[in-house]
Design a protein around this ligand. Structure first.
Ligand code: ZN
Length: 203
């Protein structure tokens, strides 16, 4: 499956001047919400992801997504894997928490699912929330990997910025590596023609 083409076809591979969650700037952005707009197309992506997880013989009880970004991908992946779907949300203190009556059994095998793994910061917070309740995080999954972390079957090695634990596999359909800049080094800022915008916040 050509994941880049799937994003292009959905107008989800954006060109511009973007402020990322990490505080860095970039000229490109993956708007996964656009890819997930059509559930039957979304299911093709998560079916492929589920196949990778199945082929690796990962035993899983539950998919947990960090809200909001991972919600749709996590839900569809749970459907593809035929397991339970839950989500964690921001606790207001920089972490993630399980609310809404969701429960985790001792030793329950959980995959943390995001739309995109950049450095994996949110995914790691979700994993900590699950582990603090006695769950076991058996893998991470995302539609796309931004190239900081190493995915199963990918060529790149993990970079220092990757927040995910080394011993837990990351499954993603493809690597998308494009430049990110610290604000003070951003060539688009230096050009002075535009300001970095948070994707999806204005349109
Ligand atoms: Zn900039």
């Amino acid at each position: 499956m050509n994941v880049e083409q799937v994003y292009k076809d959905a107008n989800a591979l954006l060109d511009g001047h973007f402020l990322l969650a990490s505080g860095n700037h970039s000229s490109r952005y993956l708007q996964s919400a656009k890819v997930m707009e059509y559930p039957k197309k979304a299911a093709l992506l998560t079916d492929a992801l589920a196949k990778m997880i199945h082929d690796a013989r990962i035993d899983v009880d539950t998919v947990c997504a960090p809200a909001i970004g991972g919600l749709l991908t996590g839900y569809e992946l749970a459907r593809s894997l035929d397991v339970r779907s839950i989500f964690v949300e921001k606790d207001g203190e920089g972490g993630m928490v399980l609310r809404r009556g969701f429960e985790i059994a001792q030793g329950e095998k959980v995959i943390i699912c995001e739309d995109i793994i950049t450095t994996g910061g949110s995914a790691l917070k979700a994993a900590k929330a699950i582990e603090s309740l006695g769950g076991e995080v058996v893998a991470f999954a995302s539609l796309a990997n931004r190239g900081f972390c190493k995915r199963v079957g990918g060529n790149d090695t993990a970079k220092a910025e990757c927040a995910l634990p080394e011993g837990t596999p990351l499954f993603a359909l493809d690597d998308f590596t494009f430049e990110m800049y610290a604000p003070e080094d951003c060539p688009l800022c230096k050009e002075g023609k535009s300001e970095a915008v948070k994707p999806g916040s204005k349109s």
